[in-house]
Write a protein that binds this ligand. Structure first.
Ligand code: 13P
Ligand code: SF4
Length: 419
């Protein structure tokens, strides 16, 4: 296997990242609210973002080995009443305990197919746990081991901002259907969004999408509407719309921090896709220069990237798709091939270790992990599980019934388009 260090050397990169990553995540539980060290540290966290209560010393001072044993013991005790879901971006020390590992779309579906599990422990981020709560039965508990595992992109659009945008856009575009019966604007939210935004889509004729079904969902939307308002990730929206043949001048941005969204009423009236100005701090770090460097260092390398990367990066890559697509591409690549990947480092390093006959590396080998996924440390998982063994449910994620039922309308529409 080619070691990460050898790849870093060949790419001419340096091994530097955020110094905060050397600290344990509980170092941030008592500081001012932040996304923590790493990729999204510079983004502003909403004032009302959930906070994690500090863990006791029996967790923060336990050795890695002890924590692993305690997780195994608790899991054993809880048996089939427990379901642990692990997103691809989680640390390996968490993934080893997951009953299912997958992308956000696969995991949400898994949550819906295990009604016998009393407790679903979601090792991922907040919006994923909310979705699992919506799709699971009312008697099941969904638990997020660390409450401050949010998603900086999901936090870039809140319900007040989206409602304000919607009112302004309906003033411009009207809110009565066209002569052909099509709605003026269909709201489409990426899975990486709060339950409140999914509910907004549910009650306004809209739908949810993930990175694995964005194109099919947009086709559904354009059968029913003249325009789409797509939030919160501008890049997934732009990359998908470009692949469907739309042009950049049909895709004005809506910036919630600019008066009237920042573009002219004519631009919004003539738009096909109105893109919310949100982004993923992890995927926005990948650049065309990194792709060029990889191609130079590894002639013949295949470059695959997540569609949350910018348009220039997606255009310069050989393939783009969800984390599930990236996993499949690497599995199917012939032995001896080199694959450079533009997505989160935990997943890429795991894929590299699982495929020692191939050279798999991150386009930016020094990229920080997703700082909020990183918040799920084994100490929090052990804490959540041991509390369950004691009959206590901690960090339960509850979506209120009205929001959940409207959000489910938008999620069910997605599941009918792309089962
Ligand atoms: P997937 O939908 O591909 O799992 O991606 C989720 C995510 O957060 C990507 O940054
Ligand atoms: Fe959010 Fe980006 Fe982390 Fe995914 S990788 S959870 S979009 S911050």
């Amino acid at each position: 296997m080619t070691s990460v260090d050898a790849i870093i050397e060949r790419l001419g990169a340096t091994r530097t990242c955020d110094a905060g990553l050397t600290k344990d995540p509980w170092a941030f539980d008592t500081t001012k609210p932040s996304y923590g060290p790493g990729a999204s540290a510079l983004d502003l966290i909403p004032r009302n973002a959930p906070r994690q209560q500090p863990l006791g010393k029996e967790y923060t001072e336990a050795s890695d080995e002890e924590l692993q044993e305690r997780i195994i013991d608790a899991k054993h005790e809880l048996g089939s009443k427990l379901l642990i879901l692990g997103h691809f971006y989680q640390r390996d020390e968490i993934i080893v305990h997951a009953d299912y590992v997958g992308d956000s779309f696969q995991l949400s579906k898994n949550a819906a197919t295990r009604p016998e599990a009393d407790n679903i422990v979601f090792c991922g981020v907040h919006f994923m746990a909310e979705t699992a709560d919506i799709l699971s039965t009312p008697r099941q508990n969904v638990i997020l081991p660390n409450m401050s595992a949010g998603c900086s992109m999901a936090d870039m659009a809140n319900i007040d901002q989206v409602t304000d945008c919607w009112e302004q856009l309906t003033d411009i575009c009207g809110n009565t259907p066209d002569t052909d019966g099509k709605q003026q604007i269909i709201p489409v939210t990426y899975m990486n969004s709060s339950a409140a935004l999914k509910a907004f889509c549910g009650r306004n004729g809209g739908i949810v999408c993930t990175s694995s079904n964005a194109r099919a969902v947009l086709e559904w939307a354009f059968e029913r509407g003249k325009r789409v308002l797509f939030f919160p990730d501008q890049h997934l929206g732009r990359n998908t719309a470009l692949a469907m043949g739309m042009s950049l001048d049909q895709m004005p941005l809506w910036d919630p921090f600019k008066a009237n969204g920042g573009a002219t009423p004519e631009q919004y009236a003539n738009a096909k896709m109105i893109l919310w100005k949100g982004f993923c701090s992890v995927h926005q770090r990948f650049t065309v220069e990194q792709i060029e460097r990889a191609r130079k260092a590894y002639p013949g390398v295949k470059v695959i990237v997540h569609p949350e990367c910018s348009m220039d990066v997606v255009n310069a890559a050989d393939g783009t798709g969800s984390t599930a697509y990236i996993v499949k591409e690497i599995e199917n690549a012939p032995a001896g091939s080199a694959i450079a990947v533009g997505t989160e480092i935990n997943l890429v390093n795991r894929l590299a270790a699982q495929h020692p006959d191939k050279t798999v590396f991150c386009l930016d080998p020094v990229v920080c992990p997703c700082s909020t996924m990183y918040r799920i440390h084994p100490a929090y998982l052990a804490w959540a599980l041991e509390n369950l063994v004691d009959g206590k449910v901690v960090n339960k994620i509850v979506v209120d019934p009205q929001t959940a039922s409207e959000a489910k309308i938008a999620l069910d529409r997605m599941l009918r388009v792309h089962p």
